[in-house]
Design a binder for this molecule. Structure first.
Ligand code: M6R
Length: 617
């Protein structure tokens, strides 16, 4: 959450810093700010609200300077006001700092600093960092930043500039991503919390790891470890790999669509194909997942799998549980990462832990994964963001290859996760006795899937008609059984996060244990009802809703004609094998949530209070 961009070079920094945070705005949009150093003077502008507000300030008066930092904020401590917007500064106004993360001991530090005579202007945890750096400053910014950070508990990705030690940016990371951009031609260096911010400048990046501090200058960058600095009061720069980013900028542009979310929904035939590319072995009826090479021995002995994740990724994990248990016959448990990390989990030998995350930076998932590793479990990642922290810290893993997902509501990344889980299931099932013939049938079904997703998307107009009828309702229920239960949960989450309508997902059979009391003629009930092994049971649940006056919207298999006259509306989806069916049903529910949110005038790509990657717990 929050976005950081930095530049030190020979050009005016403002355009680049602004463009960078515009690309990161989906990560947090409570406020925006910029600070530059021009002729030895610090110039700071910031405002509550979106980046357009900051643009307006800068139109009135540009900031100058060839060194600068910028920030877009998702508020944690302190209301989303201009005063609380980053950059923050110290008492003397010499230091400007932007921060992602949470300083957990800010209160103690603030009291200590107040006793030393410091006055605080904001309600943020971040401001203490500026004052700590000011206290420690003896002429060298990186030394002061290092000394300050050694007193801090919590998480941070920070960028700091000072008019007392100009011509450099000092950056440091603990639990919140940061990367250094290496110039293609020399003479300048970039900083970003996400590569998207600087991809139009360079494809060469160095990812910072926790506990590292970087000094960026026009000549390049140096990275040191804070722990070395703590032990010796100084530190020799460490060598780090320069990574090449291969994806293109057009993948993070809207390409004529009204919203990123809609673009991403319609990208799914391609992203699903991309997830499978080079990974299906038709002859052998299995999948080849290169990133699992390091886990080969572990996978040979797995007796139990724990999947941990948050939000939509947790819903993908639930679908994975159905897949792996049904096809590979391996017991699976799915855990909210935020619960798993704190409840002292028992992890018996031969347990594989799988962490699923689109961003690869979700604080709880990362912590759950670290907890599992601490307890001796091997961890596999299913991650979208290449080079993200989770991807780098797992023992092996599979990228979903969905490309950058900008809409805050996850769509293509979710179906990418389902696709990877399906391939992993096939791979494990074949090792656990699934026949070659069955394996080949599954590979064939997977290959047909992108075309079926295209067909599901052709229902957009039908979905839009339904959306028009229900956009003003205040509550929705989503019901499904078996694989369709997590699909119902995900459908409800999509609707609530972007349209602010209260929506709940339940296993359809649970309805009569409580939620049935809610049903009246004002309650739309979305049934996920493909023609599968539990279809007749779902049909009974539909009858129960109709008997109480509820409005039924049913996502059904194309060939199904039973529901005419029972459901109020149907959304047909093509049929495929059980494990892949959730992908098709999910596409319809994404379209439904999207259109309802648009009709209600909501900011679909940047829903209120949310942020794309949740790097605080
Ligand atoms: O990046 P992650 O997949 O780890 O993120 C997990 C959740 O924060 C995320 O799925 C969230 O629920 C989305 N807003 C869902 O659309």
């Amino acid at each position: 959450m929050c976005g950081i961009v930095g530049y030190v070079g020979t050009r005016n920094a403002q355009p680049l810093l602004m463009e960078g945070i515009r690309r990161l705005e989906y990560r947090g949009y409570d406020s925006a700010g910029i600070a530059t150093l021009s002729s030895g003077n610090l110039d700071i502008r910031k405002t509550a609200g979106r980046i357009e507000g900051l643009d307006a300030l800068l139109v009135r008066k540009l900031v100058e300077g060839t060194v600068g930092i910028s920030h877009t904020r998702w508020a944690t401590h302190g209301a989303p006001t201009t005063v609380n917007a980053h950059p923050h500064t110290d008492e003397s106004g010499s230091i400007a700092l932007v921060h992602n993360g949470i300083i957990e001991n800010w209160d103690v530090l603030r009291t200590k600093l107040t006793e030393l005579g410091h006055e605080f202007l904001t309600e943020t945890d971040t401001e203490v960092l500026c004052h700590l750096i000011e206290e420690a400053f003896e002429g060298n910014l990186e030394h002061a930043v290092a000394a300050a950070l050694l007193q801090v508990e919590g998480t941070y990705g920070i960028a700091v500039i000072s008019d007392k030690d100009p011509d450099k940016i000092v950056a440091a990371r603990m639990g919140s991503p940061l990367l250094v951009g290496v110039s293609e031609h020399g003479g300048e260096t970039y900083l970003a919390s996400d590569v998207a911010a600087i991809l139009d400048q360079t494809r060469k990046v160095v990812y910072l790891d926790d506990g590292e501090l970087a000094v960026l200058t026009r000549e390049g960058h140096e990275i040191i470890r804070l722990s070395d600095w703590e032990s010796h009061g100084t530190s020799r720069p460490i060598e780090k790999e320069v990574n090449h980013v291969s994806w293109d900028l057009d993948r993070i542009e809207r390409g004529g669509y009204e919203h990123f979310m809609l673009k991403e929904i319609f990208e799914q035939p391609t992203t699903i194909e991309d997830a499978m590319r080079g990974r299906l072995l038709e002859e052998d009826g299995t999948a080849k997942l290169g990133g699992l090479h390091e886990l080969a021995d572990v996978l040979g002995n797995v007796e139990r799998i724990v999947i941990t994740a948050c939000g939509t990724s947790w819903h993908a994990a639930l679908v994975g549980e159905y897949m792996l248990e049904q096809y590979a016959r391996i017991p699976v448990e799915v855990e909210y990462a935020s619960e798993f990390r704190y409840r002292e989990p028992v992890i018996p030998p031969n347990t594989l832990v799988i962490a699923i995350s689109q961003s690869g930076e979700t604080a709880d998932t990362l912590a759950a994964m670290r907890e599992a590793r601490k307890r001796g479990a091997p961890v596999m990642g299913i991650v979208n963001s290449v080079g993200s922290t989770i991807a780098r810290e797992t023992d092996g893993g599979v990228y979903t290859h969905s490309g950058p997902e900008i809409g805050v509501a996850s769509t293509k990344a979710f179906t990418g996760q389902l696709m990877v889980l399906a391939m992993f299931t096939l791979f494990m099932a074949r090792r656990h006795g699934m026949s070659l013939l069955r394996g080949r049938e599954i590979v064939a079904a997977m290959k047909r899937l992108p075309a079926l997703v295209e067909r599901a998307l052709e229902q957009e107009e039908q979905v839009n008609r339904i959306a028009e009828l229900y956009a003003e309702h205040s509550n929705f229920l989503y019901l499904g059984r078996s694989y369709s239960f997590p699909v119902a949960l995900e459908g409800a989450l999509k609707l609530k996060e972007i349209s602010y309508i209260h929506a709940e997902g339940y296993p359809a059979a649970e309805m009569k244990h409580g939620p049935i009391a809610l049903i009246d003629d004002q309650m739309p009930v979305v049934f996920v009802a493909p023609t599968d092994s539990v279809y007749t049971k779902v049909l009974s649940n539909i009858e129960e809703v109709k008997a109480r006056g509820g409005q039924v919207i049913a996502v059904v298999s194309e060939e199904n004609t039973d529901l005419a006259g029972k459901a109020d509306h149907v959304i047909p989806v093509p049929s495929t094998i059980t494990m892949l069916q959730p992908i098709l049903a999910s596409v319809s529910l994404q379209l439904l949530a999207y259109r309802i949110a648009v009709l209600r005038g909501c900011d679909v790509d940047k829903p209120r209070n949310l942020a794309k990657s949740v790097t605080v717990e």
